[in-house]
Design a protein around this ligand. Structure first.
Ligand SMILES: [Zn+2]
Ligand SMILES: [Zn+2]
Length: 224
């Protein structure tokens, strides 16, 4: 449920962001003579700043829509949303202006988009970017809550399972070997040969290795 909501927010905001960035770029390239207000933060002409911002927005949107790294995507979206929010907050603090259409006036001019529409799209994209990013963290958190992970001792596949199932045995989804669900923890045993103490991670059960003390080959076993 939360996952679908997150996905919708992110896809919609990334698509709107891409559209806005493309329109800004086209508008900036087409209207070199139009004077734009100064950016209240940097005091740089918006005519210079807008294309830079547009390229940045386009990069974030493209990365979201076509990129591979799933962990970085929400991070970039939230970062973009925060940037837009900061920009609008500063404008509001300095000019008491809530309507953003003046700062994106070039869109009105080039595409005949009404001012209120520009204003709403800017605010909508900002809100969706932030909501989508935050809810993605919430859903990751909810997913990990009450669950734990281990790797299959035979094939190494990462398996996620609810904590209640700890201690149960199930076939590995990949190699079909029966594996015992356990916490990722360190286990202790003593060497069969020198009886020295050996500690090893639970996923290493069944592996052969030389004893760190006497160097004899031993098989790591579940402690009794
Ligand atoms: Zn396996
Ligand atoms: Zn030993």
């Amino acid at each position: 449920m939360l996952k679908q909501f997150t996905l919708i927010c992110q896809v919609v905001s990334a698509s709107l962001l891409a559209a806005m960035a493309l329109m800004l770029l086209i508008a900036c390239l087409g209207n070199r003579t139009v004077l734009e207000p100064l950016d209240p933060v940097t005091m740089i002409s918006m005519r210079l700043l807008l294309p830079v911002a547009a390229v940045q927005m386009l990069a974030v949107a493209t990365f979201y829509l076509f990129g591979q790294n799933r962990n970085l995507k929400p991070l970039f979206l939230t970062w973009m949303g925060m940037n837009l929010l900061a920009f609008q907050t500063v404008i509001f603090l300095q000019t008491k202006q809530v309507n953003m259409s003046a700062y994106f006036g070039i869109l009105q001019l080039s595409f005949h988009v009404p001012g209120y529409a520009v204003d709403w799209v800017v605010k909508g994209v900002t809100a969706l970017l932030i909501v989508g990013g935050v809810s993605s963290w919430l859903s990751t958190w909810a997913e990990n809550d009450g669950r734990t992970k281990m790797s299959c001792p035979v094939c190494g596949l990462r398996i996620q399972f609810p904590i209640e199932r700890l201690g149960q045995t199930m076939p590995c989804p990949q190699c079909k070997n029966a594996i015992k669900l356990r916490k990722p923890e360190n286990l202790k045993m003593s060497c069969f040969f020198c009886h020295e103490h050996i500690e090893f991670p639970s996923h290493a059960i069944g592996e052969k290795m030389p004893c760190p003390h006497c160097k004899m080959d031993i098989t790591l076993k579940e402690p009794e």
